[in-house]
Design a protein around this ligand. Structure first.
Ligand code: PRP
Ligand code: URA
Length: 209
C-alpha cells in the first residue's frame, strides 16, 4: 500500500509475537513494547538529514555527521502511545514531546479528546506521532488533525499494528503522512478490535480492563 512501510525486521517480528500471546504478563508486555520502540525508532528516522560538522577527536580535527535542523517532536496518543514514546526517547533523548489525550468511545468508536499539549513551534519540526494501534484510524486521524491545526506540516505516524480498514481511512484523510508499522493485520472486528491483534494495548500495558 502506498505510504505504508511494514518494518519486518526479525527481532521486531519475534518480540511482536510474544506481545500478541494472551499469556504474556503486563511487565513483559511493557518491556517488549519499549524494546520494539527502539527498533521502530531506528527505521522511522532512517532517512533524517545530517550536516557535516567539525569535531576535535583526541587524534585531531575531522568533519563528522550531526542531525540537521530542529529537534524532533514525538507526539504520543495517550494512554498506549506512552509505551512507544518511552523507547523512542531512549534513542532520541533531546526530542520534544506532545501529549494528545484521546480515548475511543466503545459504542461509537469515535475519539473523545481530554488533553492536548504540544511544543509551540511544531511547524519547524518533524513530528512523529506514536500509538501502538491503528484500528478504525479514528484516533490517529483526529490526533493528526489537531497537530495540523497547530501548524505541524511534516508528520510521520508510527504504530505496532495496523488494520487494512484503518490504513485506508488514514491515507484518505492524511495522504501526506507516511505510516510505519510492525505488522498489517487481517481486519477489525465488530467491536473495532484488530484481528488477530493483541487485544487492548492500553489495558495490556497497564494491567487494567
Ligand atoms: C486505543 C489505541 C488507539 C486507539 C486505536 O486507545 O491506543 O489510540 O485505541 O483505535 P482506533 O484506530 O479505532 O481509533 P484507547 O482508545 O483504547 O485508549 P487507551 O490508550 O487510553 O487505552
Ligand atoms: N485499540 C486497541 O487497544 N486494540 C485494538 O485492537 C483496537 C484498538
Amino acid at each position: 500500500m502506498q505510504n505504508l512501510t511494514v518494518i519486518d525486521h526479525p527481532l521486531v517480528q519475534h518480540k511482536l509475537t510474544i506481545m500478541r500471546c494472551k499469556d504474556t504478563s503486563t511487565a513483559s508486555f511493557r518491556r517488549l513494547l519499549e524494546e520494539i520502540a527502539h527498533l521502530l525508532c531506528y527505521e522511522v528516522t532512517r532517512d533524517l538529514e545530517v550536516d557535516m560538522i567539525e569535531v576535535d577527536t583526541p587524534m585531531g580535527p575531522t568533519m563528522a555527521p550531526s542531525l540537521k535542523g530542529k529537534k524532533l517532536v514525538f507526539a504520543s496518543i495517550l494512554r498506549a502511545g506512552n509505551g512507544l514514546l518511552s523507547g523512542m526517547l531512549d534513542l532520541v533523548p533531546s526530542a520534544r514531546v506532545a501529549h494528545i489525550g484521546l480515548y475511543r468511545d466503545p459504542e461509537t468508536l469515535q475519539p473523545v479528546e481530554y488533553y492536548f499539549k504540544a511544543p509551540t513551534d511544531i511547524e519547524d519540526r518533524l513530528v512523529i506521532v506514536v500509538d501502538p494501534m491503528l484500528a478504525t484510524a479514528n484516533s490517529a486521524v483526529a490526533a493528526i488533525e489537531k497537530l495540523k491545526e497547530r501548524g505541524a506540516n511534516n508528520i510521520r505516524f508510527l504504530c505496532l499494528l495496523a488494520a487494512p480498514e484503518g490504513v485506508e481511512r488514514f491515507i484518505a484523510a492524511h495522504p501526506d503522512v507516511p505510516i510505519f508499522t510492525a505488522a498489517l493485520d487481517e481486519r477489525i472486528d465488530e467491536h473495532g478490535y484488530i484481528v488477530p491483534g493483541l487485544g487492548d494495548a492500553g489495558d495490556r500495558m497497564y494491567g487494567t480492563r
